[in-house]
Design a protein. Structure first.
Length: 237
């Protein structure tokens, strides 16, 4: 029994010494790690050399060059500089005399020769000048209005047929028509201006077939607007 207690006591003592030695060793290592920075002396910081850029001094702006001025005589003033006109800075108080100027004498009209044109042309004419051409008047764009175109210009005519109903009802009277005579002499745009409705139909059927001699303006055929009257009389056609 006593031998067992003694052996357990030895084991406990050994464990205590081992723990104390381990703790002491760890404390020494930690102290050494903390003391190393205290003994390390850091050297001076490195100097970095910066490159210096030398800026050249600014040059003063060049002085404006003077434009050479033209020298003028006392009696002459010009406002032309570099082939450009400019406004004068002052107005001269005196006018230079004529003898101060270099003015050439005017030619004598008695020594001048004037041509009187071509000898084969018109006396006192303008020579070979091109005669002015009178332009033709423009052709009208709208029909020319003529109140009544002469019956002598009708080259083909058909007499209207008297409507039987109008003859039975004893209806008679004029029928007023308006029409456009084309450049070819045909009837176009035929309309009734006035007249009895029973008579107007027969008048339109007949007049639409008429043919006229073309109306000439400046030797060119043009359209005209005219009025045509058809009279219906019971005693005849």
């Amino acid at each position: 029994m006593f031998s067992t207690l003694e052996s357990s006591w030895d084991r406990s003592a050994r464990r205590g010494w081992s723990a104390a030695a381990s703790f002491t060793l760890q404390a020494m290592v930690l102290s050494l790690l903390l003391a190393i920075p205290m003994f390390w002396v850091q050297g001076p910081p490195r100097l970095q050399w910066l490159q210096t850029i030398t800026v050249p001094p600014m040059r003063s702006p060049a002085a404006p060059t003077e434009v050479p001025r033209e020298r003028h005589s006392a009696g002459t003033f010009r406002n032309l500089l570099n082939n450009q006109f400019y406004m004068p800075r002052y107005i001269p108080s005196t006018t230079p005399r004529s003898e101060d100027r270099d003015v050439s004498s005017a030619p004598d009209p008695s020594n001048m020769h004037f041509s009187r044109g071509n000898t084969d042309g018109v006396p006192n004419g303008l020579g070979d000048a091109i005669p002015a051409v009178t332009p033709k008047p423009p052709t009208p764009t709208h029909p020319i209005r003529i109140s009544h175109w002469s019956e002598g210009n009708v080259i083909f005519r058909i007499q209207p047929t008297y409507p039987p109903l109008a003859r039975q009802a004893r209806i008679q009277g004029p029928v007023q028509l308006r029409a456009i005579i084309s450049k070819a002499g045909t009837i176009e745009r035929l309309t009734v201006e006035s007249g009895h409705p029973i008579l107007s139909g027969a008048a339109i059927d007949a007049v639409r077939q008429w043919r006229y001699r073309p109306y000439l303006l400046n030797d060119e055929p043009v359209e005209i607007e005219t009025e045509i009257t058809v009279n219906f009389v019971l005693s005849g056609n």
